[in-house]
Design a protein around this ligand. Structure first.
Ligand SMILES: C[S@@+](CC[C@H](N)C(=O)[O-])C[C@H]1O[C@@H](n2cnc3c(N)ncnc32)[C@H](O)[C@@H]1O
Length: 237
């Protein structure tokens, strides 16, 4: 299947996330040895100057980052947007019995046409979502549109480690071990082959930063974590 066509990619991505939605959280913790929680914690900490104002968690999936955003700031409201309703539903089912569900509003919507008014949120977080967008530049422009002036964008995304010792180990794990293991558990090996392929085919960190600048973001910088397996990108409107 040719996934170069943006609409085809969108449909493929939505179907794949729908198919793995019930196992997504468990597999995330297993496959990342639980480090994903640390990555979301660091990302959320970088938004601490906006403890109250509405925050948009884009490509929110099963809501792990929305939960962390509301855990770190007891007055924060989060709008959690994703175009795969099965992912949102899976997340809603596992929400804790505290006040956080009240402060998280899940919304079905496309990251390339965000269903939010312009200049309306103080912060945007996107964890492992930008890589899945069909038109990254369009998504970044939309993120810029909905942020208030001085609002902050935080993108947490996989990158490719450059350390010569780590790189071959990581590639072996990503391409050989992960799709088989995740395929066995979720029953959808293709979804995890897509994961490996989408990481390999994603922009270099400097390219993504440049795209953020072209979309209008100022003071853009990046912070690699865990040998560069992931990178946090920061930009201000
Ligand atoms: C890897 S999951 C990340 C979920 C969550 N942010 C996390 O930290 O685990 C990527 C999510 O992006 C969503 N997604 C991909 N493309 C999208 C788009 N164009 N608009 C909205 N959501 C999208 C998928 O449905 C999926 O739930």
């Amino acid at each position: 299947m040719n996934r170069q066509n943006p609409e085809e990619k969108k449909q493929f991505v939505r179907e794949k996330f729908s198919s793995i939605s019930k196992d997504y959280d468990f597999l995330n913790s297993l496959l990342s040895f639980n480090i994903d929680r640390y990555w979301r914690w660091v990302t959320t900490r970088m938004l601490r100057e906006f403890p109250e104002g509405p925050v948009l968690d884009l490509c929110a999936g099963t809501l792990p980052l929305a939960l962390e955003l509301t855990r770190q700031a007891p007055d924060r409201q989060v709008l959690a947007v994703d175009f795969c309703e099965d992912m949102l539903r899976a997340g809603i089912k596992t929400l804790p019995r505290d006040d956080r569900p009240r402060r998280i509003q899940p919304v079905s919507g496309d990251g390339e046409k965000i269903p939010v008014a312009g200049s309306s949120v103080w912060g945007i977080t996107v964890a492992f979502g930008v890589r899945n967008l069909s038109r990254t530049d369009e998504g970044l422009r939309e993120m810029h549109r909905v942020l208030k002036p001085e609002g902050k964008l935080l993108i947490l995304e996989f990158s490719r480690p450059r350390n010569p010792l780590i790189k071959p180990l990581y590639n072996f794990y990503l391409n050989r071990v992960l799709p088989r293991l995740a395929g066995l558990i979720s029953g959808d090996k293709e979804a995890y082959e897509y994961l490996a392929g989408s990481i390999a085919g994603f922009y270099e960190p400097e390219e993504l930063l440049q795209m953020m600048r072209e979309a209008g973001f100022a003071r853009a910088f990046r912070r690699p974590l865990t040998f560069g397996i992931v990178t946090i990108y920061v930009g201000v409107k």
